[in-house]
Design a protein around this ligand. Structure first.
Ligand code: AR6
Length: 169
C-alpha cells in the first residue's frame, strides 16, 4: 500500500528519495518547477540531461514518459523528469497525464526509491485545470502497482492543496 501525503510548499525544499520534475521534452530546463529544480539542484542535473539527449533521448523525452538523473544538491537521490501534456479543451489527454504518474513510479521502482515527491504536473505553464489534475494524479497513484511506500504531492498554494485534499477525502 502506498501512503499518499500532501505538503504545501516548494518541492525543491523537500526530502525524498526521488523528486519528480514537471519537465518538457527537451530536458534542458524551463520555468516553474523545472526552473526551480535546476536552480537549486545545480549543474549536475543539466549535465545528465544533456547526456540523455546525446544518447537514448536524442529526439527528446516523449510526453507521458519519465527518466531519472542525479538530484545534484537537492535533498534527494534522484530527480525523475516527466513530461506532462499541455491541456487541450478539445482533445482528452488525460491518459498522458496519468501516464506521467505511472511512469515516474515505474522508474522509482527501478531505482529502489521508497519515497517520491510529485508536483502538480501540467497545472502551471501547461494550463491543466487543478481540480481535474488532482483527480487524475490521486486516482493514478492509488491504482498503481508500485513498491513506493510514500508519495507526497507538493502543492504550491492553498487552492491546489485544498483541491488535492478533496480528492483524498
Ligand atoms: N514547488 C512546487 N510547486 C511548484 C513550484 C515549486 N517550486 N513552482 C511551481 N509550482 P509548472 P507544467 C507549481 O509550470 O504545467 C516549465 O517551463 C505551479 O504552481 O512548473 O507541467 C517546463 O520546462 C503549478 O501548479 O509545470 C515545461 O516547459 C505546478 O507546479 C512546462 O513548464 C506545475 O507548474 C511544464 O509545465
Amino acid at each position: 500500500m502506498t501512503t499518499i501525503t500532501l505538503v504545501q510548499g516548494d518541492i525543491t525544499r523537500q526530502t525524498a528519495d526521488a523528486i519528480v520534475n514537471a519537465a518538457n521534452s527537451s530536458l534542458l530546463g524551463g520555468g516553474g518547477v523545472d526552473g526551480a529544480i535546476h536552480r537549486r539542484g545545480g549543474p549536475a542535473i543539466l549535465d545528465e540531461c544533456r547526456k540523455l539527449r546525446a544518447s537514448q533521448y536524442a529526439e527528446g523525452l516523449p510526453t507521458g514518459r519519465a527518466v531519472a538523473t542525479t538530484a545534484g544538491a537537492l535533498d534527494a537521490r534522484w530527480v525523475i523528469h516527466t513530461v506532462g501534456p499541455v491541456f487541450s479543451p478539445t482533445e482528452d489527454r488525460s491518459d498522458l497525464l496519468a501516464s506521467c504518474h505511472r511512469e515516474a513510479l515505474r522508474v522509482a521502482d527501478e531505482l529502489g526509491a521508497r519515497t517520491v515527491a510529485f508536483p502538480a504536473i501540467s497545472t502551471g505553464v501547461y494550463r491543466w485545470p487543478m481540480e481535474d489534475a488532482a483527480r487524475i494524479a490521486v486516482a493514478t497513484v492509488r491504482a498503481a502497482d508500485t513498491s513506493v511506500e510514500e508519495v507526497s504531492f507538493v502543492l504550491f498554494d492553498d487552492r491546489a492543496y485544498a483541491l488535492f485534499a478533496a480528492q483524498l477525502g
